[in-house]
Design a binder for this molecule. Sequence first.
Ligand SMILES: NC(=O)c1ccc[n+]([C@@H]2O[C@H](COP(=O)([O-])OP(=O)(O)OC[C@H]3O[C@@H](n4cnc5c(N)ncnc54)[C@H](O)[C@@H]3O)[C@@H](O)[C@H]2O)c1
Length: 356
Amino acid sequence: MPDHKIRAGFIGCGGHAFRNVYPTFQFAPVDLIATCDLHEDRAKQFARQFGAHRHYTDHREMLDKEDLDGVFIVTGYGPDNRPLYPPLAIDCMKAGCNAWIEKPPAASVAEIEKMMAVEKETGKFTFVGLKKAYFPAIERLKEITERPEFGGLMSLYLKYPQYIPNENEKDLATSLRMRGFLDHIVHPGSIIDYLAGKIRHIYYERSPRGGGIMNIKFTSEATGVLHFTSGRSNTSPLERIEVIGHGENAVVDNGVRLTYYRKGNRGEGGYGRATNFMGPDDQAPITWEPEWSLGQLYNKQIFLLGYAFEVIEFANCILQNRYPTRGNLESARELLKLYEAFQHPPGQIIPINPPR
Ligand SMILES: NC(=O)c1ccc[n+]([C@@H]2O[C@H](COP(=O)([O-])OP(=O)(O)OC[C@H]3O[C@@H](n4cnc5c(N)ncnc54)[C@H](O)[C@@H]3O)[C@@H](O)[C@H]2O)c1
């Protein structure tokens, strides 16, 4: 374990934090000092379970009394269905702490920009837990797209079982459908943002039961498709991502199985004459998938799904005094632009980052 650790507080002692965030501290340079929840019994129980010294029911009291480098915030939504993160992250930054917040980071671009202004004012930062950009398979996919032989990312396809609210379901304050959309659009959105960067415009269509498609034009001139596979069976894997370069492509299925199709040819003799579907080994597709035998860290879900990596990166940013490049508020703003684009009805081109 590393010698240098951040002194951390934690606001929120709920289900997701219990399953997926507190457990990462075993593997991250994080010394958990204090927990906080509106329910004292939870704050106390989590402090005991995860080794914090003190617990609180008011985050301001925790920030006043403790000397913390970073605060993890995993609290969810208020009664108006808006994520609780912006005001809490602002309180932390103003108290001199960096903040790590869960997704969805906010309900509007304006709220993200408020947090950005406080970053500037305080010199502290807010890091958003966009786990999918930290999946090992997605990281490798991104790295493949950057290899010269890949030829640049020209297009991508992503499938994700998201329901698109209809026009009567778009008032966030009253619609659990819209809250569900905000809750999840950041997942495919963060993969798209990580792999392909800023979006110039989108066009989407909705099927009668809420599935649909979104066409994407990126500012890089690359193109993309997000297939909203709402309506698929619950027995099916959720996701598939394919990136296309120039004579090469790569696919991640189910978040863990990566296949890289390198430049190459099958068989010999040309069309109509080749008798063998295989080509030379040095042109063969490369496939990576987990093995399920060894007690390795890489087999733990908190590593496969990126949770440990995003927490380690937050802590390292603090220890090394650097601003995060993945999961920062710039990326969060792009995700909220995408969310806000869906306030428009389907069937039209909706600008996201139009040319100036
Ligand atoms: N990244 C992922 O894979 C993933 C998965 C599940 C949930 N989440 C996100 O995690 C968040 C929490 O979800 P959950 O299901 O654990 O919710 P939850 O309701 O189980 O937990 C939230 C906890 O925060 C506490 N809380 C709320 N406001 C507080 C405040 N001001 N001060 C102190 N404590 C406060 C609540 O009392 C509750 O104990 C949501 O944003 C959700 O979208 C992310």
